[in-house]
Design a protein around this ligand. Structure first.
Ligand code: UDP
Length: 243
């Protein structure tokens, strides 16, 4: 399909969203080089981060499509561009954890890197001005963020399926998938699909041998080598494909 980029609709922290000329049901996403953390209190520009994340997100959406997990992704035309089905984003950040890390490890005073016996799914209310607070299942229903419990259970089920597939994929790349964040959106026909992006900005990825961090924590914690780590993730995923 030939898509041409229309007008800017919205600029987010990591992406710009454009309309697509003569196509009301799709949007054009442009991956920026900006890196932000701590609710955008910490900001930087990193050359080529946009194209690297666009490549990784494209790889992952295609990989999941092959496993029958649909997403909003349609095509990736330019080096930092992605054409996606237009969705209404459900304002939840769906976090899956395999290993405790970051603020959660701190909150419960458990050593970062402690593996969980079973993956854990958590929801955060997506609202920048509130700093994306944790939200309980009952609160999601009471506040009508999801229509009903069936939809909420479906989100959990999907998130766990994505986890099973991605954990296996990253393991082949000798990477331990510690945790990650997903977003889902609703299509005009009511179907729910995986949306936004999956990249080292939204995942914690540790080298399986050294536990070295290969994700946005390198930026959050001033560890340096952010771009090299993201490139390394992509190159390892490409190696998996050619295996
Ligand atoms: N995450 C994200 N966007 C957010 C919050 C979290 O992509 O707004 C990702 C984060 O990169 C990590 C996972 O979700 O891979 C779990 O994050 P956590 O809740 O542990 O947050 P933190 O420790 O950074 O406060």
């Amino acid at each position: 399909m030939n898509y041409s980029k229309g007008e800017l609709l919205y600029e987010g922290k990591a992406k710009r969203v454009y309309s697509v000329v003569d196509q009301n049901d799709v949007v054009w996403l442009e991956f920026k080089d900006s890196l932000t953390a701590f609710n955008a209190e910490k900001k930087a520009e990193l050359d080529d981060k946009g194209p690297i994340n666009r490549n990784i997100a494209t790889y992952i959406f295609k990989y999941l499509a092959d496993k029958d997990i649909g997403s909003h992704w349609l095509e990736s035309p330019g080096e930092r561009d992605m054409v996606c089905r237009k969705v209404e984003i459900i304002p939840l950040e769906v976090v899956v954890r395999n290993t405790l890390a970051g603020s959660t490890a701190k909150k419960f005073a458990i050593e970062e890197g402690t593996a969980l016996e079973e993956p854990l799914v958590e929801f955060y209310y997506k609202k920048d001005e509130l700093g994306d607070p944790f939200i309980s299942d009952d609160q999601i229903i009471a506040l009508k963020i999801c229509d009903n419990k069936v939809v909420l259970d479906e989100l959990k089920k999907r998130a766990l399926r994505v986890n099973t597939e991605l954990k296996a994929l990253f393991a082949k790349a000798n990477i331990n998938l510690i945790d990650f964040k997903l977003e889902f959106g609703t299509l005009p026909n009511g179907d729910i699909v995986l949306s936004d992006e999956i990249s080292p900005d939204s995942c914690r990825l540790w080298d399986m041998d050294s536990n070295e961090k290969m994700d946005k924590d390198r930026f959050r914690r001033d560890l340096g080598g952010v771009k090299e780590a993201y490139m390394n993730v992509y190159n390892r995923l490409l190696d998996v494909k050619s295996q």
